[in-house]
Design a protein around this ligand. Structure first.
Ligand code: PXG
Length: 458
């Protein structure tokens, strides 16, 4: 069985083999086995995927918040092929470099906010955030302030799955392994208006949510705090959008206490919020910026960490080795694909498309669901959205057990041709950025039918 080419094997055969040999991320393997194995995805084109049974799915999650340009872009494969022929691999350690990584770093410097001009490369968002922690520690060591150790993250944050990045997470479950979070990580409140019983556009709440960070800093002792890390819009935590004024006040607080600001742009970067970066949408000037996912539209694994003047100076201005890096830091094939991906996003006006077409269509069509009996709140920006369900619109109570109804809606959506994701009692959406208005209609149409069916069965 192992020697058969994939194309000749039936779906059930593939599922059986997967169950026998493949360990999946973030999966209850007993549930997977009880359901007879995973759905096997065979190919993709534009915003659509197909599975081994020939069923078509509209990909409401852009793979996993990453396939910004959509599936099947031949140009990216061609660039990868050319680069493999020319130079499949060389490292960027020990005073060497190569053209693709030089071109990519130069390109990123032109797209990121002013001051973010230098880039360190890795392979995943988790590694980018681990790198950010190293950079923060390096910065404070260079200032001869090594007691500044604590990095403040937030409840509901997702920053990755390596031991350090998992420590930054604020989601239940991520700290299940004993010993996490690692030392020097603290958590504060998220600006989650729905859970706080506040309106999305309440400026008082924006200020209060940010002031909670100041209170946390004072509790920990400002002299011990090294950095604050945040996603401009919290993604995997349930598309938690910042209330008005939140980021302005957070930045003021970071400046007051001389704390570095790290933006985790792993989801928000490369057009997701309707600008190149979430930092631009929310007028944030970070000291460190982490990116991955949309950097290559998920075609190859690559991530980057951008540094502003303070952090760059700590690395460039002092002798001493920065003892950190990965074999594949700045991998030439991944870098070439990322560069081409960025060029295509630019040439096709994809970021403007999100801001002027896809984003407004998602806002309009998903926003209309607010009247649905199961829906408590619809929130989002650009092409990242959440539909929060509730059993009681007045008290905002979830269903019992929490997540049971959202999971039912999610499963039904998959059966009816829409890939989405349930987060607590909500459904989240992050389709490829190239999604057009008719496809938004199709997506929200399937979702609405599934909400109706589930509501009728309650
Ligand atoms: N930061 C953010 C903001 C992320 O969303 C990471 C870092 C880690 O990236 P890597 O490449 O190491 O996975 C992420 C990843 C979900 C889900 O269920 C989201 C992510 C990963 C896995 C699942 O929504 N985001």
């Amino acid at each position: 069985m192992k020697d058969q080419p994939l194309a000749n094997r039936s779906g059930s055969d593939l599922r059986a083999s997967d169950l026998a040999h493949h360990l999946h991320p973030f999966t209850d393997h007993t549930v997977l086995a009880a359901e007879g194995g995973p759905r096997v995805i065979t190919h993709g084109e534009g915003v659509y995927l197909w599975d081994s049974e020939g069923r078509r799915l509209l990909d409401g999650m852009g793979g996993l918040w990453c396939v910004n340009l959509g599936y099947g872009r031949k140009e990216l494969g061609e660039v990868a092929r050319q680069q493999m022929d020319q130079l499949a691999f060389y490292n960027t350690f020990f005073k060497t470099s190569h053209e693709p990584v030089i071109a990519l770093a130069e390109k990123l410097a032109g797209l990121t906010p002013d001051g973010i001009d230098n880039f360190f490369f890795a392979n995943s968002g988790s590694e980018a955030n681990d790198t950010a922690i190293r950079l923060v520690r390096t910065y404070w060591a260079a200032q001869e302030r090594p007691e500044r150790q604590i990095i403040i993250s937030r409840e509901y944050a997702y920053h990755g799955s390596t031991l350090a990045a998992a420590s930054l997470c604020g989601l239940p479950g991520m700290h299940g392994i004993s010993g996490l979070p690692i030392a020097g990580i603290a958590h504060g409140k998220a600006p989650y208006a729905w859970a706080a019983g506040r309106d999305l556009d309440d400026p008082d709440y924006g200020r209060e949510a940010a002031d909670a960070l100041e209170a946390r800093i004072l509790e920990l002792g400002p002299e011990n705090v090294a950095a604050f890390i945040g996603e401009p819009v919290m993604g995997a935590g349930g598309v938690i959008t910042p209330p008005p004024g939140y980021w302005a006040r957070v930045q003021e607080i970071c400046r007051t206490y001389d704390i570095l600001l790290v933006c985790d742009e792993v989801i928000c970067g490369f057009g997701r919020t309707g600008r190149w970066f979430g930092a631009q949408t929310f007028d944030i000037t970070p000291d460190i910026m982490c990116m991955a996912k949309g950097l290559s539209s998920g075609y190859l694994p690559i991530s980057a960490v951008g540094t502003g003047p303070r952090v760059t100076e700590a690395l460039r201005g002092k002798p001493g080795v920065f003892s950190h890096g990965f074999t594949y830091s700045g991998h030439p094939v991944a870098a070439a694909v990322a560069l081409k991906n960025i060029e295509l996003i630019e040439a096709e006006g994809v970021v403007d498309h999100v801001r002027t077409v896809a984003g407004p269509a998602l806002a309009r069509r998903l926003g209309a669901l607010t009247d649905h009996q199961l829906v408590g709140q619809v929130r989002g920006v650009g092409a990242m959205w959440a539909v929060e369900l509730t059993s009681d619109k007045a008290t905002r109570a979830p269903f019992t057990p929490v997540g049971s109804v959202a999971t039912r809606v999610r499963n039904l959506c998959f059966e009816h041709g829409l890939a989405t994701r349930a987060v607590r009692e909500g459904l989240v959406f992050a389709p490829p950025l190239i999604i057009n208005e008719a496809q938004v209609d199709e997506m929200v149409g399937i979702l609405t039918d599934c909400l109706d069916t589930v509501a009728a069965g309650l």
